[in-house]
Design a protein around this ligand. Sequence first.
Ligand SMILES: C[S@@+](CC[C@H](N)C(=O)[O-])C[C@H]1O[C@@H](n2cnc3c(N)ncnc32)[C@H](O)[C@@H]1O
Length: 279
Amino acid sequence: MINPELKKIIDFLFLHKGIDFSGYRLAMLERRTQKRLFKTKCSNYSEYLEYLKQHVSELDQLLHVYTINVSSFCRNSLSFGILRNEVFPSILEQKKEEKNKNIRIWSSACARGEEPYSIAIILNEIFERTKVDYPFYIIGTDIDKLALDNAENAIYSAESIENVKHGMVKRYFTESNRQFRLNTNIKEMVQFSYYNLLNEKQKVPPESIYGDFDIVFCRNVLIYLDEQQQKIVFDKLYHSLKPNGYLVLGEAEVPIVEFKHKFRRLGRHCKIYRKVTFL
Ligand SMILES: C[S@@+](CC[C@H](N)C(=O)[O-])C[C@H]1O[C@@H](n2cnc3c(N)ncnc32)[C@H](O)[C@@H]1O
């Protein structure tokens, strides 16, 4: 049962930021609100609500602690291996036959950009290896504006790149004081924008104009949502993909019951699925 005072804080955030955290995991909300109480020296939820009302900028800080941004380049190397060796080559093969060769990719909870930039690096390597150069569109979206600002800056800590091979770090990053700046050619491959996966009025990010994505990544965000919210997200993911398009989930995530038959898993060792299209 949610504490009524905490509920007021969540409602207040919804009113001002349009993001409804009421279906997010309660233990996470409690723990993270406590962090802000501590930082702002408030002794209880109602004191903190008053603080929020008087300090509008605190709303962004609260939103930032609720949206856990932990990520890293090539997070889950097994999935990235399969993407590199199977999924992307198969998409390229398919494009040979298609009139419209544009490759469309959406990283739907991109945090500070590590995920879409990892995809851009892989695509760049494949283009170089195969001497193919199809047009592409990679968009990264998130609800955390502070994380999106970091994504645009593209400067990372050593931990963010610990899964990246030494040769690739040398090739794609410039180091200064243990900070790693991503090279401009990769940065320019990705666009970022604000987009709420729970907004039922916008089916896809408006910047992408239409869905029709070849691959959509939705990793490590569903774990924070209740079943009703997951349903909204899965419906969106399903419709944003083209027939037979790929969906990549986080390691602890699976399609909810209503969507089990709508996505076919590629193999037991990864959470990569293909959209099943019913004729
Ligand atoms: C743990 S990070 C995942 C980053 C990356 N996908 C990965 O797996 O490494 C979760 C991200 O989901 C975002 N998020 C949470 N709720 C969201 C929503 N309703 N719509 C879009 N993004 C959301 C958070 O802001 C956060 O950046």
